[in-house]
Design a protein around this ligand. Sequence first.
Ligand code: RIB
Length: 301
Amino acid sequence: MKVLVYGSLNIDLIFSVDHIVKPGETIASGALSRGAGGKGANQAAALAKAGMQVYLAGKIGADGSFLTELLRSYGVNTDHITVCGDATGQALIQVDKKGQNSIVLYSGGNGAIRVEEIEKVLANFGSGDTLLLQNEINCTADIMRGAKKRGLRICLNPSPLDEKALRLPLDLVDVFFVNEIEGAALAAAGEDRQDYGAILDLLARRFPSAEIILTVGKEGAYYGRGEYRAKGEITETPVVDTTGAGDTFTGYFIAARYRDFSVEDSLGLACKAASIAVSRKGAMEAIPLWEELNAGKIHAR
Ligand code: RIB
């Protein structure tokens, strides 16, 4: 099985701050660093670090070549990343002293995907392969429809959630990765984001054949499909930077399932990988290697 991630690549500008800046306030940053990010690129990196054969399709500007080099060093196939006239996507990230973040995005190349390019990429994949999408590029609905026609299994992490994500052809999705805010919005659960069981029930009813994975930060992750439910717990680690934790979880859950781990073990491994990621600075660079998880048993096919 090949995994195609069709998604974003960003240059992350990370400002270490005492607290997230408030409206009208100017604050000093204790440190500034430039890192590799973008939800698509992070999830592709997580899959590769977990030992999967992964392809990333997306767009960068001339300033983004360090991203493709880094991704290649992790084993990601970057043949479907093209260079456009715009800048590479940029993420202005504030990380406070508790490791929480706040992100402003400039889409750049991530918003420059053209419909006619999609088929050329999808032609390299087929039945039995998996497509993983987020919500940081344009043309996502076209990619979903094209992939379904070719028999790919579609995983969607509709993040960052906006009106556009809610209008996607969600009935084509086989696996959803959502946090409590995204889950509540997709389930139309109103403001009651804390009742995770109710969110899962609503989502499982709305998408009866889909797998739903609901990540809830320190409270771990929940899984639902039809009537079946499972839960994974995080591993306690010091929180340095939560950026990319969800991306790490998503890549690792897919990889663990592919390696024949049970749903429960896959949730546990993905939570563990995300826990390690939050104990380190940065997004893509913070994602651990499979070996660091001490998974104990590996069922590579
Ligand atoms: O999920 C984390 C990512 O979100 C960051 O790397 C940033 O680039 C934004 O896309």
